[in-house]
Design a protein around this ligand. Structure first.
Ligand SMILES: Cc1ncc(COP(=O)(O)O)c(C=O)c1O
Length: 456
């Protein structure tokens, strides 16, 4: 397709470098330009309406036209557009947001450190694990474990934990110190005759052996998404987190809960940690923290870690890390307003009330000939596409089953996301209604029918 050089598409091709895009294909097909949004809908430059079935990138929890967030940004911009948190400085939005986050935080988390994105939160959490272990004299305890098919971001350390070939190939990742353990997906990796609980036991035993083999004195932390999102929407098998946490405790390995997708109601509770009984030493979040209206992320740590940070900064003279925009007052004001809306509009109650319908319609798609498993929790769902439902055999990679299916679904004006392992992710804004859920799944079904006809 050719694009006039002075058109929006032509100018995009001339100047923009697109993340997570096949750049050669992009030169042929050009950009999909989104110009405005309203509720759960977005509109392209021809004013075609689409349902945003992935809430942008699992992030616009309050949809695309929440005026209170625009007003909160404007008001803070008028009041104080920038100040920072270095060297004892503070701002009112950051103080109030930190207080609010600790108020709702799971487990024993006691302090908040603000950053600008999920990747930055994960990188910072890793630095904090290293700093903590240095502070308490366990200077060898530095390896970080993630699960294969995990997604934790793209910066060099977070990208080392993102155990997906498409995010590591060509980038010299992972670095040393980052190791990977089993993916907790019962459908794909459970063995014949093995129960879900036995599968969880096997994975915990494998983790135990792996830590012993590495040397427990060299392993600092394990990072886990409560529900694995971008790697294929994988819900943990029953008893998994209980068993994994026992192993970590035994070897004095910290647990980082990566709540960048799950946080703020996605799984039906405020945190994935609440849904799965996880008690983290550190927690990372971003995305729905501000409903994605402005970039902001956070790392929360227990007071036990914090006390060690205090000791070490006394010794070193400084807690020597900081980002210019970490705790940006405008982003913090918008995040604070987001948390107030979650409370004022009882968004958690709303999610609980529409979840049964969402999950019922999701499970129903499991009967489709193209779908091996439909899985999910709360308002997150995933489909794993298969060529053969009985044997779970997948399509040959060259078929590009998931991207092909996503294109067919887009033909019905529903934006979703193809995922690794022939997955399809569904993650609408949290404000979605029962009627909109029906519309989403009707469109999905029609898209799957078209994909089946195309894939054969
Ligand atoms: C669980 C998880 N962690 C971290 C990240 C990275 O966040 P960001 O894209 O804001 O850097 C993501 C992004 O999707 C994520 O899903």
């Amino acid at each position: 397709m050719t694009h006039a050089p002075n058109s929006l598409a032509g100018r995009d091709l001339a100047y923009s470098l697109h993340p997570y895009t096949n750049l050669a294909v992009h030169e042929e097909r050009g950009p999909f330009i989104i110009t405005r949004g309203e509720g759960i809908y977005v509109y392209d430059d021809q004013d075609n309406q689409y349902i945003e079935g992935l809430a942008g990138l699992w992030c616009t929890g309050l949809g695309f036209s929440e005026k209170r967030l625009a007003d909160a940004a404007k008001s803070q911009l008028d009041q104080l557009p920038f100040s920072h948190s270095f060297a004892h400085r503070a701002t009112i939005p950051v103080i109030e947001l930190s207080e609010k986050l600790i108020d709702i935080a799971p487990g024993d988390l006691g302090k908040v450190y603000l950053v600008n994105s999920g990747s930055e939160a994960v990188d910072t959490a890793i630095k904090m694990v290293w700093y903590y272990h240095n502070a308490i004299g366990k200077t060898e305890k530095k390896k970080i474990i993630s699960r294969k098919r995990a997604y934790h971001g793209v910066t060099i350390a977070a990208g080392s934990l993102t155990a997906l070939p498409y995010a590591q190939d060509g980038w010299d990742l992972p670095l040393e110190r980052f190791i990977h353990t089993d993916t907790p997906c019962y459908y794909r990796y459970g063995e014949d005759g093995e129960s879900e609980e036995d599968f969880a036991t096997r994975l915990a035993d494998n983790l135990d052996r792996q830590i012993q083999a590495e040397g427990p004195d060299t392993v600092g932390a394990l990072i886990a998404e409560p529900v694995m999102g971008a790697g294929g929407v994988m819900v943990p098998p029953k008893t998994y987190f209980e068993k994994i946490q026992k192993v970590l405790k035994k070897h004095d390995v910290l647990l980082i809960a990566d709540e960048v997708i799950c946080g703020f109601g996605r799984t039906g509770e405020m945190w994935g940690c609440d849904t799965y009984g996880i008690k983290p030493d550190l927690l990372t979040c971003a995305k729905q923290l501000s409903s994605a209206y402005l970039p902001i992320g956070a790392v929360m740590v227990t007071n036990k870690l914090y006390e060690a940070f205090v000791d070490n900064s006394r010794k070193l003279g400084i807690f020597g890390t900081g980002n210019t925009y970490g705790g940006h007052p405008v982003a913090a004001a918008v995040a604070l307003e987001t948390l107030k809306i979650y409370q004022d509009d009882d968004i958690m109650g709303h999610v609980k009330s529409v979840t049964p319908h969402f999950q019922e319609r999701l499970k129903d798609l499991g009967k489709h000939p193209l779908v091996g498993e439909a899985r999910g929790v709360g308002l997150i769902g995933g489909l794993e596409l298969v060529a053969n439902k009985e044997t779970k055999e997948q399509y040959p990679p060259a078929t590009k089953a998931a991207p092909t299916t996503a294109e067919k679904i887009l033909g019905h004006k529903l934006v979703i996301r193809p995922l690794p392992g022939d997955g399809i992710g569904i993650c609408p804004p949290l404000i979605v209604t029962d009627a909109e859920i029906d519309d989403i799944f009707d469109r999905l079904k029609r898209g799957l029918d078209d994909a089946q006809a195309a894939l054969g």
